[in-house]
Design a protein around this ligand. Sequence first.
Ligand SMILES: Nc1nc2c(ncn2[C@@H]2O[C@H](COP(=O)(O)OP(=O)(O)O)[C@@H](O)[C@H]2O)c(=O)[nH]1
Ligand SMILES: [Mg+2]
Length: 268
Amino acid sequence: MPSLEALGWSPFFEQQVQRINEIGLIPLRVVEEQRGSYRVLGEGGLWYAEVVGRLRHEASEVAADLPCVGDWVMARAPRGNAGEGTALIHFVIARRTKFSRKQAGEKTAEQVVAANIDTVFLVQSLNRDLNPRRLERYLTLLWESGAEPVVVLSKADLCADVESLMEAVERAAMGAAVHVTSAFSPGGLDALSPYLTPGRTVALVGSSGVGKSTIVNRLVGEDLMDVRDIRADGRGRHTTTARRLVVLPCGGMLLDTPGMRTVLMWGG
Ligand SMILES: Nc1nc2c(ncn2[C@@H]2O[C@H](COP(=O)(O)OP(=O)(O)O)[C@@H](O)[C@H]2O)c(=O)[nH]1
Ligand SMILES: [Mg+2]
């Protein structure tokens, strides 16, 4: 089982916990969220989790107060073996960084899509129209989250002239690091390793079809995420999966979520 630090626990969260005076609650990280049902991971193991009535009631006013993937929560773990029973989430520990979007419906309420992300990989495919203006706009939005944006240019194996594209991209990147990658070439993802050290959390954003899930699968070493062929009309098919934070063999954590794309749409 990973240590809390390996899951991203830090003094920022520790300080808040000292003010929570409830016996028997332990810190756990939300690694999966699907329509109000959660999976939480901690030193004791992995459990399904639910939000206690009081928190659910409080969050009925402000949806952003409900836990989301990446959150640290204080929860009561079930007795017995890890994996058995359901943990109860009592508190959401304040977020260090967050990605928000407008909630569906008429209200323009904030919905937090992911929390406590250290780095965000803005994935753009080298074989499709790379638009530096759009990249610049996305980066501006991403800086607001508190996470460090990094531009990941994917599918280098399909691009004949990386050099000239790089120039335009680096000009638009406003100081953010830019990496050229290929999931299909040996060592093609090596540039990403420095961001994926134990305790660090990285989220992938970018249009459907740019290769986000393929990156996760390559780094995990197995086909965890659904990879879909791009449709004839050039648009990637949407695969609706739960928002899921994956712990990589190298120690870092990676979040690939369909919802992250709408984060970019909010300001745009
Ligand atoms: N040639 C090439 N194809 C890739 C690469 N990465 C992903 N793909 C392909 O691009 C398509 C979309 O990939 P996927 O990971 O589902 O994209 P996502 O929608 O961003 O998660 C799939 O057919 C992948 O096999 C790459 O580095 N090189
Ligand atoms: Mg995908």
